[in-house]
Design a protein around this ligand. Structure first.
Ligand SMILES: [Zn+2]
Length: 299
């Protein structure tokens, strides 16, 4: 929804009419140049026989239409308002417009005041309308982004009752403390990790202290994933955590993490068919089998 729609019907705009009715101010002695030759003819007929009943209604109708036309022209195209009007058009004064019809006073008043009240209108020229639309579109995008951020924030998985640190005291920890062993690396289909099967929402802990090198909602087939580089007694060990729950990442690239620190939740994102943690261990670029590596090092 657009919170501030551009008003495209300036005739319905309120400020000028309200001021004319409430203020009761004197009508300015300005003239309106009608652009309708028939309006000029009608005016002349009115002058010729001002008391002729046969001409009252046509005169009033034409005068009002002329005034409305002037109003629309003045509001819609203010840049041309001063230059509009053919040279042979006969001027019609507001007194003439008002003759015998109070309603025409209001119309004439609006027509003459509209240009000075230009700042009160939402948009007047096509350029300004386009500019206004662009501004509102930008505002709408900002509002949508804010709403999306609020939704993301409010829908972030709850950590209530969840251990923020994995059990144990060693330099290496199991990234998931309760799981069913799944497929490991070297299966012949390019699988380079160990699938630790656990329900969605199971906490994931950093296997070792280190620096987060990647953290994103989508990294190829990993889906929501985090990568950490650790220095374990001089050996650089990279661990990767894939298929996490959307918006569950607790750390960003560049962050320092401690061994066993909660970093996210087990999910089913990316190239995954069933909730599990895809856990990888790499040393010097080579893929290790995480299962024996954890068994030998974690504690
Ligand atoms: Zn896997």
């Amino acid at each position: 929804m657009c919170p501030n729609p551009v008003r495209t019907d300036p005739i319905d705009d309120g400020p000028a009419r309200t001021r004319a009715e409430a203020g009761g101010q004197t009508l300015p002695e300005t003239t309106i140049e009608t652009t309708s030759p028939s309006g000029a003819d009608a005016t002349r007929r009115q002058k010729a026989s001002p008391r002729s009943g046969a001409f009252v209604r046509p005169v009033r109708t034409v005068a009002i239409l002329g005034a409305v036309g002037a109003l629309v022209a003045a509001i819609g195209l203010p840049a041309f308002a001063s230059a509009s009007g053919p040279a042979d058009a006969a001027p019609v004064t507001t007194e003439q417009l008002a003759a015998g019809n109070a309603q025409s006073i209001v119309v004439a008043s609006e027509a003459t005041q509209a240009p000075s009240a230009r700042g009160q209108f939402t948009a007047t020229t096509p350029d300004e309308i386009e500019k206004r639309k662009a501004e509102e579109a930008a505002a709408a995008r900002a509002a949508a982004a804010a709403a999306s951020a609020a939704t993301a924030s409010s829908s972030r998985p709850s950590l209530a009752g969840m251990a923020l640190v994995a059990p144990g005291s060693g330099a290496v920890r199991y990234p998931v403390t309760s799981f069913t062993p799944g497929e490991g690396p070297g299966s012949g289909r390019g699988h380079e990790g160990w699938d630790m099967i656990a329900p969605e929402g199971t906490p994931i802990y950093a296997a070792a202290a280190g620096t987060v090198t990647a953290s994103a909602e989508s990294i190829g087939g990993y889906g929501v994933s985090i990568m950490i580089m650790s220095n374990l007694n001089g050996t650089m060990v990279e661990t990767r955590y894939g298929h996490m729950v959307y918006r569950s990442r607790m750390v960003e690239a560049g962050d320092q993490v401690a061994a066993g620190q909660l970093i996210g939740l087990v999910g089913n994102t990316g190239n995954s068919y069933g909730s599990h943690l895809h856990f990888e261990v790499r040393i010097g670029g080579s893929v290790l089998d995480p299962e024996p590596w954890l068994a030998a090092n974690a504690g």
